[in-house]
Ligand binder design. Structure first.
Ligand code: NAP
Length: 294
C-alpha cells in the first residue's frame, strides 16, 4: 500500500484522513495548528514537522487547505512540499482553489518529475465523513489512474475531467449551481413563511418533485431549524465565488446570478457572519422581510 501524507485537517481534511487510516493506509499528517494533528495521531497516524517533512516520508501527498495562497505556501513556500518531493511522488490537492494556481503548482512540481492532480470535492462535511464525496480531477491521466484507489476511499463519484486545472474549473461550476440553489431555497422558504404556510411541509412537498435537490434536503433543513454551525463556512463559499467571478472576468463572461449571490454573501460577511454555514443566507432574507425593530 502506498504511504500517504495528509496536510490540512479541518472540517473536510480530518474525516478524509480518518477514512484513509480506517482503510489501512500508513498515514503521516501535518496541520498548522497542533490539536487536529494530535487527534489523528491518537488514531494511528504519524505526525510530521512540516509539509516538507511529510513529502520526505511518503509516496503520495494530499492537501486540503483553505485557499489558493495557502496551497501555494504549503507546496511552494519555505519548508513546503516541493522541498521534500522527489520522483515518483504523487501530489493531490483536494482544496478548492483557482484553476490558474492549480496549473502553476502542476508545472512547478512537473519540473521536479513529480505528478500533480487537482482533485477538489463536493458533498460537504457529511460526504467527507461518510466517504461519499464527488471528486473532480484534473492532471495527467496516468497520475489519475494511480490515485484512483486512494480517491475511492474518500469518494464515490470520481470523474477524470482533463488536463491540469480542469478539476478546479469543474468545482467552480459546482459552486455556481450550489450558491444559486441555496439562494433559491432561501427565497422559497421565506416566501412560504411570509405567506403563513408551514415551511417544513413546503420543503417536504418539494422534496418529492422537480424542485428536489440535495441543497433543499440538507441546507433547507438547516434553514428551517436555524442551525448554522458549519458545514461549509460562508467565508469559504465567498472565496469560491471570487474564483468563479475572477475566472469569468478573464473570459469576459457575464455571470449575473453568481455576481448577485456573491453580493448577498458580502452583506453577511460585512455583518460578521462569515464563520456560519452558507445556509445562513436565509437570515438575510429574514431581516429584509421583517418590519424594523421586530
Ligand atoms: P477549514 O475547516 O477552515 O480547514 C482549513 C484547513 O486548512 C485547516 O486545517 C487549516 O489549518 C489549513 N490551512 C489553511 N491555511 C493554511 C496555510 N496557509 N498553511 C497551512 N495550513 C493551512 O476548511 P474546510 O471546510 O475543511 O475546507 C478545506 C477546503 O475544502 C477549502 O478549500 C474548501 O473550500 C473546500 N471544501 C469544503 C467543503 C465543506 O463543506 N466544508 C466542501 C467542499 C470543499 P489550521 O487548523 O491551522 O487553521
Amino acid at each position: 500500500m502506498e504511504r500517504i501524507g495528509f496536510i490540512g485537517l479541518g472540517i473536510m481534511g480530518r474525516p478524509m484522513a480518518r477514512n484513509l487510516l480506517k482503510a489501512g493506509y500508513p498515514l503521516v499528517v501535518y496541520n498548522r495548528s497542533r490539536l487536529a494533528m494530535e487527534e489523528l495521531a491518537q488514531e494511528g497516524a504519524l505526525m510530521a514537522a512540516s509539509p516538507k517533512d511529510v513529502a520526505q516520508q511518503v509516496d503520495v501527498v494530499i492537501t486540503c487547505v483553505s485557499d489558493s495562497p495557502d496551497v501555494e505556501a504549503v507546496v511552494l513556500g519555505a519548508d513546503g512540499i516541493i522541498e521534500g518531493a522527489r520522483s515518483p511522488m504523487l501530489y493531490i490537492d483536494m482544496s478548492t482553489i483557482a484553476p490558474a494556481t492549480a496549473r502553476t503548482v502542476y508545472h512547478a512540481l512537473k519540473a521536479k518529475g513529480v505528478a500533480a492532480l487537482d482533485a477538489p470535492v463536493s458533498g460537504g462535511d457529511i460526504g467527507a465523513q461518510q466517504g461519499t464525496l464527488s471528486i473532480m480531477v484534473g492532471g495527467d491521466e496516468p497520475a489519475f489512474q494511480r490515485a484512483l484507489p486512494i480517491l475511492n476511499v474518500m469518494g464515490e463519484n470520481i470523474v477524470y475531467i482533463g488536463e491540469a486545472g480542469a478539476g478546479q474549473v469543474t468545482k467552480a461550476c459546482n459552486q455556481i449551481v450550489v450558491s444559486l440553489t441555496i439562494q433559491a431555497v432561501a427565497e422559497a422558504l421565506t416566501f412560504a413563511k411570509k405567506s403563513g404556510v408551514d415551511a417544513t411541509k413546503v420543503r417536504e412537498a418539494l422534496l418529492g418533485g422537480f424542485a428536489q435537490s440535495r441543497i433543499l434536503e440538507v441546507h433547507g433543513k438547516r434553514m428551517l431549524e436555524g442551525q448554522f454551525q458549519p458545514g461549509f463556512k460562508l467565508n469559504l463559499h465567498r472565496k469560491d465565488m471570487n474564483i468563479v467571478l475572477q475566472t469569468a472576468r478573464e473570459l469576459s463572461l457575464p455571470l449575473l446570478g453568481s455576481a448577485q449571490v456573491t453580493s448577498l454573501m458580502d452583506a453577511l460577511l460585512a455583518q460578521g457572519q462569515g464563520e456560519l454555514d452558507n445556509a445562513a443566507l436565509i437570515t438575510l432574507y429574514d431581516r429584509l422581510s421583517e418590519p424594523p425593530g421586530s
